[in-house]
Design a protein around this ligand. Structure first.
Ligand SMILES: NC(=O)c1ccc[n+]([C@@H]2O[C@H](COP(=O)([O-])OP(=O)(O)OC[C@H]3O[C@@H](n4cnc5c(N)ncnc54)[C@H](OP(=O)(O)O)[C@@H]3O)[C@@H](O)[C@H]2O)c1
Length: 277
């Protein structure tokens, strides 16, 4: 299989490394198309594949082309690719907020898959929601799923509009988690612990709690009850969270993120986007 990655910033590099790690592509059949000259020099030192410009004719020989530029750079990339895409070439876009219909219109191509990964793909622990254009065959979708799986779990959505919810939940989710970690570390410091002590306690607690959740079929409220004995310390904290409406605040925030994802996806706004995920 020949793969081209257009835009080899942080995400493009993650995919290149993951594909090679799992032997999904040979180094000689991986093209890394990058606009930034300094980045191209850096990529050459990693010896992951051939480093080229997006205008390179070899890209047309790819079985899969991954578009990993920022959404605002897509209007520049689209015309460079459009006239060179072969009918069987699968195009996978990980650009946040650019819908399949927009990809089809700007690339003049229908063998399309759109995916929303999240930051833990960097350590092979990501989760990626994805949808495909109706023209993509089952075999083509499976091929892409196989590639995406090299960075973690995947979840297919027949209804593309649900990718806005995926963006709000798992795309942005790591930031919510860091936010809670930061608040816990700050609390530890207020209580007299050093930054490093507080940080170690919090990180290890969250990692351990995650392992417990992941190895248990018990619902969250049962797991909470198992820690919070009546009249105890955990209950004291949970009462404050409830009184201040923390649960609802989190739900509201995520609903707002989904709305924002839909707004940002509006066709007309493609060129004025900065960050979306
Ligand atoms: N990071 C995440 O957690 C995450 C999660 C979900 C989805 N995404 C999506 O993944 C995409 C990439 O994100 P990223 O964080 O990897 O961005 P990034 O680090 O900025 O990487 C994009 C790279 O593409 C280059 N580029 C721009 N125009 C190009 C062109 N015409 N041809 C070739 N290369 C070009 C950029 O060069 P310059 O620096 O010179 O512009 C940059 O090196 C975005 O669309 C984002 O929405 C990211």
């Amino acid at each position: 299989m020949r793969i081209s990655i257009i835009g080899c910033g942080s995400m493009g590099l993650v995919y290149a490394r993951a594909f090679l790690r799992y032997n999904l592509v040979k180094q000689g059949k991986l093209l890394l198309a990058e606009k930034n000259e300094a980045r191209r020099d850096e990529l050459r030192q990693y010896h992951l594949g051939e480093v080229v410009l997006t205008s390179d004719p070899l890209i047309a020989e790819s079985d899969v082309i991954i578009i990993a530029v920022k959404p605002q750079d897509f209007p520049e990339v689209a015309p460079q690719l459009a006239h060179r895409l072969k009918p069987g070439t699968v195009v996978l876009s990980i650009m946040a907020g650019i819908r399949l219909a927009q990809l089809e219109e700007m690339l003049g191509h229908t063998t399309l898959v759109r995916a929303m990964p999240n930051a833990p793909v960097e350590v092979g622990m990501g989760i990626t929601g994805f949808s495909a254009h109706l023209s993509a065959s089952r075999a083509q979708i499976q091929k892409v799923e196989h590639l995406l799986s090299s960075t973690g779990r995947t979840l297919y959505f027949e209804d593309e509009s649900l990718l806005d919810a995926v963006t709000a939940l798992s795309g942005s989710g790591p930031a919510y988690f860091y936010y809670i970690l930061q608040a816990m570390v700050d609390a530890g410091r207020n209580l007299g612990l050093s930054e490093s002590e507080s940080s170690l306690l919090v990180k290890h607690t969250m990692n351990g709690a995650f392992q417990l959740v992941n190895n248990s079929n018990r619902p969250f409220d049962e797991l909470i009850k198992a820690v919070a004995s009546r009249g105890g310390t955990t209950e004291a904290a949970l009462n404050v969270f409830e009184q201040k409406g923390l649960h609802n605040i989190i739900v509201e925030g995520i609903v707002r993120a989904e709305e924002r994802s839909r707004q940002l996806s509006e066709y007309k706004s493609i060129t004025d986007q900065e960050t979306r995920a």
